[in-house]
Design a protein around this ligand. Structure first.
Ligand code: ADP
Ligand code: ZN
Length: 292
């Protein structure tokens, strides 16, 4: 049996084929151009492989409401040409197989929960900090969707007096994504994050914001682990500072065995940026009623 997995990103499309024992058979990456150019290439790739099911983790926002006429669509994205694209439906029609669909960050959460550092807990929050910021939430073993999917990148943060610039979010003055994403770092300091590794003030401010968000997710969602990923988290030297600031903001109020051990409560992704595609594979398996 062959399961297809697609991690649909704003810059690249990662396509993989697994057997039903989670062994990778093949993986290829294609650039994300406009849908009319990119989608036929992806369909061709999966058709050639003869897969039994497909799981898709997509950039968003997406419609995950199975009762909605636009279920499986990428909806209000600013990504040129991709607004209102029926991605899940197209693959289902073209490949005539079961298709599982969720956000890219929910897939990362699922990947870490099934194969990685979230294996031993039933409730976790996965945060990706990259070009955008998003969260995937697993609560008591289930991915939280609700009316659509959480938009944890847009929670309000208290702006630091040490912050010399503002938000890059077109919608909000002081949201997490606006203050903390890769593009916000670049706007604030005039250089890309990767070229600012040696400047501690950059990462101190970043860690303060991330810790604020981690505290809010802790208070609202009651997770047992918080997993951090995305390009900006390649600055792993921030981790001790995030843990320290989190404990400071908590002030000892939330008091349980998970939160009380920041070294195991707040951790980095553990699957070398394979967590998203592995989560998409799980969605494909689940579309067939199977699990690992
Ligand atoms: P995307 O969010 O587009 O899927 P990534 O998670 O790789 O992709 O995030 C890309 C963002 O992360 C860019 O804004 C980039 O500047 C930033 N970034 C990538 N590598 C680093 C690094 N080593 N340090 C800080 N920021 C980085
Ligand atoms: Zn915002």
């Amino acid at each position: 049996m062959k399961i297809g997995a697609l991690e649909a990103g704003g810059t690249k499309m990662v396509c993989a084929i697994y057997d039903d024992n989670s062994a990778l058979i093949k993986k290829e990456t294609f650039p994300t151009k406009e849908p009319s150019k990119t989608l036929p290439v992806l369909i061709g790739f999966f058709k050639k492989e003869g897969i039994d099911a497909l799981g898709i983790g997509s950039f968003g926002p997406v419609d995950l409401d199975k009762g909605s006429p636009t279920y499986g669509y990428i909806t209000k994205t600013p990504k040129e040409g991709w607004k209102d694209t029926d991605i899940a439906g197209l693959f289902k029609r073209e490949l005539k197989i079961p298709v599982g669909f969720d956000t890219d960050v929910n897939c990362s959460a699922i990947g870490e929960h099934e194969f990685g550092i979230g294996k031993d807990v039933d409730s976790l929050v996965y945060i990706t900090i990259g070009t955008g910021i998003g969260i995937g939430v697993i609560s008591e073993g289930k991915v939280i969707h609700g009316a659509m999917h959480p938009e944890g990148g847009h929670i309000m943060l208290t702006k630091s007096p040490k912050d010399p610039s503002g938000s890059v979010c077109p919608y909000h003055d002081s949201c997490f994504e606006g203050l903390c994403s890769g593009p916000s770092i670049e706007k604030r300091w005039g250089k890309k994050g990767a070229d600012l590794s040696d400047d501690p003030k950059v990462w101190e401010l970043e860690a303060c914001y991330i810790a604020q968000a981690v505290f809010t997710y802790t208070a609202v969602l009651s997770p047992k682990r918080i997993i951090l990923g995305g390009g900006v988290m390649h600055q792993s030297a921030m981790l001790p500072l995030i843990r320290e600031k989190f404990s400071e903001y908590n002030g000892g109020y939330i008091n349980n065995k998970f939160v009380n051990d920041p070294d195991t409560y707040i951790v980095l992704q553990s699957l070398d940026d394979e967590q998203g595609i592995l989560g998409a594979y799980i969605l494909g398996l689940r579309a067939l009623g199977k699990s690992v």
